[in-house]
Design a binder for this molecule. Structure first.
Ligand code: XMP
Length: 521
């Protein structure tokens, strides 16, 4: 196995992700926990030193144990990891004016190096595409001023004369840039070369991840009870099934039905968990409560706050009935972890109050079980497949916590919700029939807060207008509207108006994000 020593970079987890993509097992450990004893027990086959925010030149800044370089295994230092390596092995690092470099840069090779195999051949990547030079991503304040004895320079960039350095005989590699991020297009091949040099066979799988996660859950929970809030979405469902595999009936799921779900959704979720998995499930049908409190409310933030508050109240009420619960399970993913670390307390503006159970654990005195904390969305899907969840379920588009409330701009009424459910079902059916569902990141209908005049048969209609939305995206942070053909839009509009009483006009939303958001509220 491979050890990643973490010096606090925002993107350390991306290193782990790149290695998982290569089917190599790795663990991330913060530098404080890595001692000589730890290294002896862990017995890594290779080590990666991550980037980090500190300066090597500062007294008391983080270091790995000297033993790291005495184990006879390949070591790769990235950014701060490079500098720490140079410093500890006898080189020199400097900070100060003019040494910082952030963003895109281009490296050119000096000598061939096994780590860089596949780089610098033919046209480069990225803007410019000059033969032989490669785009990389830099983000550093300090720089190496003198390399350590035994090291050579294998690549340079205008701002980093020591962009790629190595002691090839000992398999020590130190790069100034970040190969783990997307903006270093050939980064994946650098990791592939590194693990090849270290002798990994690349046979580790999601199945193995599942077994390790199960072991970890058992160790953490012991014989205590766990509650899990199920939303019907992919993340909480995968978390629930995984935890159930680990501890069986020590897990109870609470499914809060706020009356803002899609057509048949509540029944499907309850059926899947009770019938297929035999997981103890409390179906908290509280739609009357939610819809009652939302009556007459049209401001988007007020709606979100009401739903968030009621959700916590309701969840707590049902959770209190579960004797001896000490843990709360959540389907938190790694992107949520980075966001909450880097942006909490920051100067960013609240665009929307996201609905989650963030404050719950402290309020209820519960400890958290978050078995998906290290994974990205597509990896959660892979784990879900591994656990045997139906493919149609795993591939579902994301659905927001506040549900249809935010797809019903303005005041919510039961009549509007009913029309919206039917119209959304027809729209999604159209998308599936045309084989477009998996190409689209998220698609849904919204019922617009207006009535318009139409003519059907010989009669006048005065009905609601429907907005259709479909976007492509990687992570929901930015999005493009999906370019349906006119034929598709025409056919869908006709079907909806014919099949759904109450709608007499259909619009397609061709706004990207930004400036729009994905949901309408
Ligand atoms: P926006 O509308 O902010 O949405 O562009 C980005 C993604 O987040 C989903 N979304 C939510 N998910 N609770 C959630 O769990 C929420 O309150 C919430 N609001 C938006 C939205 O569906 C899209 O996928």
């Amino acid at each position: 196995r491979l050890l990643i020593i973490d010096f606090g970079s925002q993107v350390t987890q991306l290193i782990a992700r790149r290695l998982r993509e290569l089917n190599v097992y790795c663990e991330i450990h913060p530098y404080q926990n890595v001692s000589d004893d730890f290294l002896a027990t862990f017995a890594p086959k290779a080590i990666i030193l991550s980037g980090g925010p500190d300066s090597v030149t500062r007294e008391g800044s983080p270091r790995p144990p000297a033993r790291t370089f005495e184990l006879g295994v390949p070591v790769l230092g990235i950014c701060y990891g490079q500098q720490v390596m140079m410093e500890m092995l006898g080189g020199k690092v400097e900070s100060g004016h003019g040494t910082a470099e952030f963003g895109r840069a281009y490296v050119t090779p000096k000598e061939p190096l096994d780590l860089m195999q596949g780089w610098f051949t033919g046209a480069g990547t990225g803007a410019g595409k000059d033969a032989g030079r490669e785009q990389v991503w830099m983000s550093h304040g300090d720089h190496v001023a003198q390399i350590a004895p035994g090291f050579e320079v294998y690549g340079t960039s205008p701002g980093a004369p020591f962009a790629i350095t190595a002691d090839a005989a000992r398999h020590f590699y130190a790069v100034q840039f970040h190969p783990e991020v997307h903006h270093t297009p050939k980064g994946a091949s650098l990791f592939a070369n590194f693990v090849h040099i270290a002798g990994f066979s690349g046979d580790w799988t999601m199945g193995a991840y599942r077994d390790e996660a199960i072991k970890a859950i058992r160790e953490q929970v012991g014989d205590k009870q766990v509650i899990c809030g199920l939303s019907g979405g992919v993340d909480s469902s995968v978390a629930a099934v995984l935890i159930h595999e680990a501890i069986g009936d020590q897990l109870t799921c609470v499914f809060v039905d706020h009356g803002l779900l899609r057509l048949n959704e509540a029944d499907e979720v309850v059926k899947m968990f009770r019938d297929n998995y035999n997981i103890p499930l409390i179906h908290a049908d509280e739609s009357e409560l939610f819809l009652g409190e939302l009556e007459g409310v049209s401001d988007p933030e007020t709606k979100r706050k009401i739903i968030g508050r009621l959700f916590i109240d309701v969840f707590q009420k049902y959770a209190n009935e579960i004797e001896g619960a000490e843990f709360l399970a959540q389907g938190t993913l790694y992107p949520d972890v980075i966001e909450s670390v880097s942006f909490s307390g920051g100067p960013s503006v609240t665009i929307k109050s996201h609905h989650n159970v963030g404050g719950l654990p402290e309020k209820m005195g519960l400890k958290l079980v978050e078995p998906l904390r290290e994974l990205f969305k597509d990896e959660v899907r892979a784990l879900g497949r591994e656990l045997g969840l139906p493919a149609s379920f795993i591939g579902r588009h994301p659905f927001p916590g506040p549900g249809l409330a935010i797809r019903c701009p303005g005041e919510i009424t039961r009549e509007k919700l009913e029309i919206l459910r039917k119209a959304d079902a027809v729209y999604i059916d159209q998308i599936r029939k045309h084989g477009l569902y998996d190409e689209i990141w998220q698609a849904f209908a919204a019922i617009l807060p207006m009535r318009t005049v139409g003519v059907m048969g010989d009669g006048r209609t005065y009905d609601f207008a429907l907005g259709l939305r479909a976007v492509t995206s990687v992570d929901g942070m930015t999005a493009d509207y999906y370019p349906f053909t006119h034929e598709f839009l025409g056919e869908t509009s006709t079907r909806i108006i014919n099949e759904v009483p109450g709608i007499n006009r259909v619009f397609y939303d061709c706004t990207s994000k930004p400036p729009g958001t994905i949901e309408l509220e």
